[in-house]
Design a protein around this ligand. Structure first.
Ligand SMILES: Cc1cc2nc3c(=O)[nH]c(=O)nc-3n(C[C@H](O)[C@H](O)[C@H](O)COP(=O)(O)OP(=O)(O)OC[C@H]3O[C@@H](n4cnc5c(N)ncnc54)[C@H](O)[C@@H]3O)c2cc1C
Length: 412
């Protein structure tokens, strides 16, 4: 006999678990969560280096990209940081704020977060079945049939919370997009990895500086030289190119910009806050001091030497012997070094997917589909991706909460 439930949630990640708990708390209903993974919560467990950066002290729509800011704001404000902190407190996870504004469990252990979510879901009577990979969702009449090689289940409401495509071996391999498309949704024409390291040509001088980490401002410029976006944070040089928070944050903007405008470029200022003029003044007032002696007080010595070399400036040269063109070249290398990015490390190394189902296809007060009544979407499957710092989980909690409450409010 075919199984049935009131609400079936596909995906037991952050968004799916939040949706399940919110639904079960809202109304007594048979809530069934199906997940294809053998072990649950892979992303929660690896997040934040195993500590799970649950959210950020200050979250607003400007930390996100993809769909429009007003659309994202509508969902975030329904279940914001305050509600998230209170929710986790209720389920036994106290959060602490770090200097950067990131919130982590006081245990510094992601397992605390996963266990509390699973415990609360089970206590509320939610059934979590896995491994149960969903291969098909069909709508006939007022019911959905959700099936896989394990059998099928019918329900009047379905919430798709299958995540994106990053780290596909975690179970989030992008198949959820096909499920949504089969029910009438579209996905953005262009999707890229987001929060992903970027690659440089292997013989680029920065690749030889693998291991150097330095604060830098990365700036994305259009083909006409217009500043589009910039991020200042730690930048890590690696054997393949660039990583670290500033690079991860700007990666999706860069990958989307070059898709539309092949002349878009990324530039690095290795002395954040230093303008070319100020640096030029500094170099001019060096007198008899060597350029390198001055630069290495501000930058790691390996980087300082390489930037001099790149600018064809003898690092040992006294400041007062520097010719104007050499000074200019060095100022450019230090404050606006062009980064000839060749691509990204791809979904296996990305934290999120930039792209997905546009929010315009959902009723944002409920997360219900505009094209398929009874279907709800939440989490990373939506065309919403945030900066590093807990923003992506906040999107999962907010959108999962709205979807779960709304699906449960309708009579079964
Ligand atoms: C290395 C790494 C570190 C991160 N660190 C942080 C962090 O510290 N803070 C932060 O805010 N964000 C972080 N993120 C991003 C965050 O993990 C995601 O944004 C978030 O997990 C998305 O939640 P989700 O529930 O939408 O999707 P997911 O967590 O991907 O969950 C989707 C679930 O659906 C299941 N599924 C997929 N397809 C099917 C199917 N066909 N049938 C059944 N089940 C299916 C999957 O098995 C999975 O369990 C990190 C990501 C990575 C990769």
């Amino acid at each position: 006999m075919r199984e049935s439930a009131h609400i079936v949630i596909v995906g037991a990640g952050a968004a799916g678990l939040m949706a399940a708990i919110a639904a079960a708390r809202t109304a007594p209903a048979d809530v069934r969560v199906l997940d294809g993974a053998r072990t649950l919560g892979a992303k929660i467990l690896i997040a934040g280096g195993g500590r799970c950066n649950v959210t950020h002290d200050e979250v607003d729509e400007t930390a996100f990209a993809g769909s429009t800011h007003p659309a994202i704001r509508k969902v975030l404000r329904r279940f914001g940081v305050r509600e998230t902190v209170a929710f986790f407190d209720e389920i036994g996870v106290a959060l602490k704020r770090e200097e950067t504004g990131k919130l982590f469990p006081v245990t510094d252990d992601a397992r605390t977060v996963l266990n509390a979510l699973l415990g609360e879901a089970r206590e509320r009577g939610v059934t979590i079945a896995h491994p149960r990979r969903v291969q098909v969702i069909e709508r006939t009449g007022g019911q959905f049939r959700i099936g896989g090689d394990w059998g099928d289940v019918t329900a009047p409401r379905v919430i798709i919370a299958t995540g994106g495509m990053s780290i596909p071996k975690s179970g989030s391999d992008g198949f959820g997009y096909s499920l949504a498309r089969a029910l009438g949704h579209s996905t953005t024409a262009f999707m890229t990895p987001g929060l992903v390291p970027l690659t440089l040509p292997r013989d680029h001088f920065l690749c030889a500086l693998s291991g150097v980490a330095v604060p830098a401002t990365l700036e994305l410029r259009s083909g006409t030289g217009k500043r589009l976006v910039a991020f200042t944070d730690s930048t890590l040089l690696t054997h393949f190119g660039l990583s670290g928070p500033s690079v991860l944050d700007i990666s999706r903007y860069y990958l989307h910009a070059v898709h539309d405008d092949t002349r878009a470029t990324l530039h690095a200022n290795w002395l954040p806050g230093a303008s070319p003029d100020r640096l030029d003044d500094g170099l001019q007032s060096l007198g008899g001091r060597a350029v390198l002696a001055w630069l290495r007080e501000r930058l790691p010595e390996r980087l300082a030497r390489s930037l001099c070399e790149h600018a064809h400036v003898d690092a040992a040269m006294r400041g007062d012997q520097l010719k104007r063109e050499s000074r200019r070249a060095l100022v450019d290398a230090v404050t606006a070094l062009p980064l000839p990015v060749t691509g990204s490390r791809g979904y296996n190394f990305a934290e999120v997917t930039a792209g997905g189902v546009p929010l315009a296809e959902l009723h944002l007060d409920t997360m219900e589909s505009r094209v398929c009544p009874g279907l709800y979407l939440c989490g990373e499957i939506c065309d919403v991706d945030g900066r590093i710092g807990g923003f992506n989980f906040q999107w999962a909690w907010s959108s999962g909460y709205v979807a779960g409450v709304s699906a449960a409010r309708l009579p079964a």
